[in-house]
Design a protein around this ligand. Structure first.
Ligand SMILES: C[S@@+](CC[C@H](N)C(=O)[O-])C[C@H]1O[C@@H](n2cnc3c(N)ncnc32)[C@H](O)[C@@H]1O
Length: 271
């Protein structure tokens, strides 16, 4: 299995957790019906489909990604779902996009730009360039989770050494963290800048999709043993989080978990 096919599998596996909350996020934006939007760093295009629903059949979505393999999957998936006319996928780098200025009514980017830490201002400036004055630039990112009810200290320690995102955070300037995006929106010249956090949650009895999504998430977050994890915590992880283990937490009939997505948005000023 290549890394990319693992990435596609993880994106598909995570969708039962992500889709309900991301639909609420998209609904909150009240994207105009008939508008033309950009999904920057669209991956396999699962949100491109939701964004296309939001703008209705009169609107149009362009999905942009740097990886041809995910775009090929996204194109086939959108065609199979009946959205071939409503979504166009194209290859490109969010840092220097192959679009004229003012090409879109709004731009959305989820779990791509600056997540969890990166240099946001030039990217926001580039997104603002391709959105017409008055349109919105929207960044959305997974921002926290509580997935091990009853084990908050273990979860905090696993998070502190997490293989899924610590490599992206360690040694990074706090000002570059995704949750510091308000300042970056203002630096990029965007107006009416707002932040909001949305909660997704799941509870027992879990559907098959939710179960698979959570098991995949455990593995992605904590599944690579890190030097800093104590032997005791690693044993506890194996006992609670690995499918088939005696105390697999997803078998608990009282299981409840939640996670958050944070949204930042700003309006493009008159040129
Ligand atoms: C974690 S995935 C998120 C995909 C999708 N937005 C979602 O939330 O399901 C990040 C995506 O960003 C893309 N990406 C990373 N750097 C990029 C860049 N410089 N330009 C365009 N796409 C990029 C990756 O190829 C990947 O598909």
């Amino acid at each position: 299995m290549t890394d990319l096919s693992l990435g596609i599998q993880r994106a598909l596996a995570a969708n039962p957790l992500r889709e309900p909350v991301l639909r609420v996020v998209i609904e909150s934006l009240q994207l105009p019906r008939g508008s033309h939007g950009l999904d920057a760093g669209c991956g396999i295009g699962l949100q491109s489909l939701m964004l296309a629903d939001a703008v209705s059949a009169e609107g149009h979505i362009t999905g942009l990604d740097i990886a041809p393999e995910v775009l090929s999957f996204a194109t086939d998936n959108a065609r199979r779902a009946g959205y071939a006319e409503r979504i166009t996928f194209c290859e490109g780098d969010v840092k220097d996009m192959p679009f004229e200025a003012d090409s879109f009514d709004w731009a959305w980017s989820a779990d791509c730009i600056g997540y969890p830490a990166g240099e946001l201002t030039p990217l926001l400036t580039e997104l603002a360039r391709v959105v017409r004055p008055g349109g919105c630039v929207i960044l959305v990112g997974w921002s926290s989770q509580q997935l091990l009810p009853g084990y908050p200290l273990l979860e905090a320690r696993l998070n502190a050494t997490c293989s899924g995102y610590i490599p992206f955070l360690r040694g990074k300037d706090p000002a570059l963290n995704f949750l510091s995006a308000l300042r970056r929106f203002r630096e990029a010249g965007l107006r009416d800048v707002k932040a909001r956090t949305f909660v997704g949650d799941v509870q027992a009895p879990l559907s098959g999709g939710e179960r698979a999504a959570l098991a995949s998430l455990f593995e992605m977050l904590w599944g690579q043993p890190q030097a800093e994890v104590s032997a005791e915590d690693w044993q506890a992880y194996q006992r609670l989080c690995v499918p088939g283990s005696a105390d697999f937490i997803l078998e608990d009939d009282g299981y409840y978990a939640f996670f958050t997505y944070s949204l930042f948005r700003g309006r493009v000023p008159p040129r």
